[in-house]
Design a protein around this ligand. Structure first.
Ligand SMILES: Cc1ncc(COP(=O)(O)O)c(C=O)c1O
Length: 452
């Protein structure tokens, strides 16, 4: 019999998160206060984040202990399974061994609860009563709604307009867990009213709305589902478990693939491995897959920019399409973001991570092939990773090499069936990325020191 699923017991849930910051080459580039141009310190962040998370954001420690109540909540779905994609391998007739770490077993159906839970916990510890946030695909909003329900917090979610229209059941999930959900841009905030000309919304606009709500209410903090160091830190439970599970399979990856929207599932899966790469202990290749309609890593410029659309956040060093860039409404709503995590961008800049961009139809073609062999229907976001995995498997076949490929299947697509309907009906579009819009958005980058 060929083993397909590698499963760990609850005692194997990691006890620490992996902080890659101290291992990164060179000094980390600090976020900047947009008013002063000086490095943003804890004081710049306290209006919207609790100190527990700020300390994690800037920590120089290589490992950070996971608080017991968080680890206890992780037991609801962790450790997540690692699969060997034997049926996909057979269909592709590739000598490659393909493994995937499946995060769709969480209550919300993706990796996002890995950080929603510790964020809700730290805010509850700090006496905060409510969290506000944005959501694209609805995965993050539903994860935070779930986490807030565990720790007795109110939750207010601004959902990107195009996703709100496409995914009514994601809204139902958030409401079931007790959250309030608004279509963004809304008329509830100055930021939303100023963006009424962009009715499909964007993650950047929704972030502006949620940050504004938190900044104006002392009992309310803001929670971000990606991009920031502490979010990527929380996600490293994924890669740590994968290392133990690959050992059970007597395997070690030659290449690791993940999709990147803001960089959190990619960082979570890869950072525990990248630490080894940076220390000279392995020679893994890393591939980041993103949408051709929002090609931040492959087409963006490396510069300081705002994390949101309206300019309320500190400036972050990252690849960006410009904070005012509104990507076309692709179904992978979680990948429609103008920037990416500074830590992931730094690794792309350093040449450690290779980025590739894919069109919507080719990602759904890969997702359907995956569903018809492995069974799980992938979320549109990791469908980008699957597309890259098919290329890697083909390259291994051409080379006649038995390479080991690991990828992050960071969520299921059971609430994304309208997108699958469109693909199967042949009506799914490949929206074009607008060079003109990007140039206009890049002209409006804030003034800040240039990045090398
Ligand atoms: C299933 C899924 N994958 C990926 C992403 C992209 O985010 P990140 O790059 O932070 O993992 C999202 C974001 O909402 C998501 O819901």
């Amino acid at each position: 019999m060929s083993q397909t699923k590698y499963v760990l017991g609850e005692d194997a849930i990691p006890t620490h998160w992996v902080n890659l910051l101290p291992d990164l080459p060179g000094d980390p580039l600090p976020p900047l206060n947009p008013g002063t141009g000086q490095p943003a310190g804890p004081d710049d962040l306290t209006p919207i984040f609790p100190m527990g998370l700020i300390l994690q954001e800037v920590s120089p420690d290589p490992e950070i202990p996971i608080p017991d109540p968080v680890r206890d909540a992780y037991r609801l779905w962790r450790p997540t399974p690692l699969y060997r994609a034997r049926r996909l391998e057979a269909a592709l007739d590739t000598p490659a061994r393909i493994f995937y770490k499946y995060e769709g077993v969480s209550p919300a159906g993706s990796h996002k609860p890995n950080t929603a839970v510790p964020q809700a916990y730290e805010n509850a510890q700090a006496g905060i009563k409510k969290l506000s946030t944005e959501t694209g695909a609805g995965q993050w909003g539903s994860s935070l709604a779930f986490a807030c329900s565990l720790f007795g917090l109110e939750c207010e979610v601004f959902m990107v307009g195009s996703s709100y229209d496409q995914k009514p059941y994601r809204r139902s999930m958030m409401q079931t867990w007790g959250a309030t959900v608004h279509r963004s841009p809304s008329d509830l905030t100055d930021s939303g009213r100023s963006q009424a000309a962009h009715p499909t919304g964007s993650l950047g606009i929704a972030i502006s709305e949620a940050v504004e709500v938190a900044a104006k209410d002392p009992n309310c903090n803001y929670a971000l589902g990606s991009v920031l160091n502490h979010v990527l830190l929380h996600q490293t439970v994924i890669g740590q478990e994968a290392i133990a599970q690959l050992e059970m399979a007597d395997a070690f990856p030659d290449v690791i693939v993940g999709c990147v929207g803001g960089g959190s599932n990619f960082g979570g899966l890869t950072f525990p491995f990248i630490r080894g790469t940076l220390r000279g202990e392995n020679k893994i290749r890393y591939v980041a897959a993103e949408p051709a309609a929002c090609p931040t890593l492959t087409r963006g410029v490396y510069a300081y920019d705002f994390g949101d659309t309206v300019g309320l956040t500190p400036l972050m060093p990252m690849y960006t399409l410009g904070h005012g860039f509104v990507p076309p409404p692709v179904h992978a709503g979680g990948l429609r973001y103008h920037g990416d995590a500074p830590m992931v961008c730094g690794l792309v800049k350093a040449g450690l991570v290779e980025a590739r961009a894919y069109k919507q139809n080719e990602t759904f073609e890969a997702a359907v092939q995956f569903a018809r062999t492995e069974g799980i229907i992938p979320a549109p976001e990791p469908a980008h990773a699957i597309r890259a995995v098919l290329e890697e498997a083909e390259a291994a076949k051409q080379a006649g090499e038995e390479r080991t490929i690991l990828f992050g299947l960071c969520g299921h697509g059971n609430f994304d069936l309208a997108a699958y309907d469109a693909y199967l009906a042949g009506t799914l579009e490949d929206p074009e990325f607008s060079e003109e819009d990007m140039r206009a958005a890049l002209d409006a980058l804030p003034s800040a020191p240039a990045l090398a």
